[in-house]
Ligand binder design. Structure first.
Ligand SMILES: [Zn+2]
Length: 261
């Protein structure tokens, strides 16, 4: 039976001499691994339709187990900025890596498909890629079985005082209890505000968020701590992003140094 489905090309890898394996996030049937016969030949008719990060409507055979097969592409969209800008590309690769790690192949993930379509459009339109990646990372915590309390103080339920994240208590704690965790994360009030927003926001409805560099560093510290200690997965693209951030900081420091001279 042939199925028509919406899909996002997640990644691809060589398979045998002339074939490709392509992982597609489908709206209707979750992630599936497709075997594309002869796809490495220059004459392969769907070559332009199966490039990474293409969004399209396809037809093929979706098998519940084993490999699926692609017959044709009805219509495809390419996102130029995402494929050409290495920074945006790295952030989207990281998002795809998170989705791949969080769900089994074939597991329904329609909501995440729609959110990824929003991400493609917003990244291509120039929205801050780190903010978009942060929204995914925070909202995916639940899929990894990690559910910190981010709405109110985990100890007293109030939110009328400044909140900070406590790994010990697995959630936000208000200033009344700060002496109960000497290793609290020391997040700024702004960072906590954005972390709370990011955990519930509908990405499709966000048009632009301007977060300052220090606040972003704070939010990232929170996400990195949770992914390091509670989720425990390492996404390859993240290492590149970390190195890039390190270099950016070196350059900022150098520029500041120049000004002071
Ligand atoms: Zn409290």
């Amino acid at each position: 039976m042939v199925n028509r489905f919406d899909g996002i090309i997640m990644y691809r890898r060589d398979y045998r001499e002339r074939d490709l394996l392509v992982k597609i996030l489908t709206r209707q049937a979750g992630k599936r691994m497709f075997m594309l016969k002869n796809a490495k030949r220059p004459s392969y008719p769907l070559a332009g339709d199966v490039l990474p990060f293409t969004l399209g409507q396809y037809e093929g055979k979706l098998n519940p187990k084993g490999l699926s097969f692609l017959d044709t592409a009805i219509q495809t969209t390419h996102f130029k900025n995402i494929t050409e800008d290495i920074v945006i590309n790295a952030y989207f690769t990281y998002i795809i890596g998170l989705l791949d790690a969080a769900f089994e192949d074939g597991q329904p993930m329609e909501r995440w498909f729609d959110m990824t379509v929003s991400a493609l459009a917003k990244l291509d339109a120039g929205m801050d890629p780190q903010v978009i990646a942060n929204i995914f990372a925070i909202q995916l915590l639940g899929a990894f079985g990690v559910q910190p309390e981010l709405r109110t103080c985990v100890l007293c339920g109030r939110n009328d005082m400044q909140l900070d994240y406590s790994e010990k208590f697995n959630g936000l704690i208000c200033a009344r209890h700060w002496d109960e965790d000497e290793h609290r994360l020391d997040l700024s009030a702004k960072a906590v505000f954005y972390i709370q927003q990011f955990s519930v926001v509908d990405l499709a409805k966000v048009n632009s968020i301007n977060v300052s560099a220090p606040t972003k560093a704070n939010i990232q510290k929170f996400i990195d701590l949770l992914y390091e200690n509670s989720v425990g997965i390492h996404i390859r693209a993240k290492r590149f992003l970390d190195q890039m951030t390190k270099w950016q900081n070196v350059l900022i420091k150098r520029e500041k140094g120049d000004e002071e001279q």
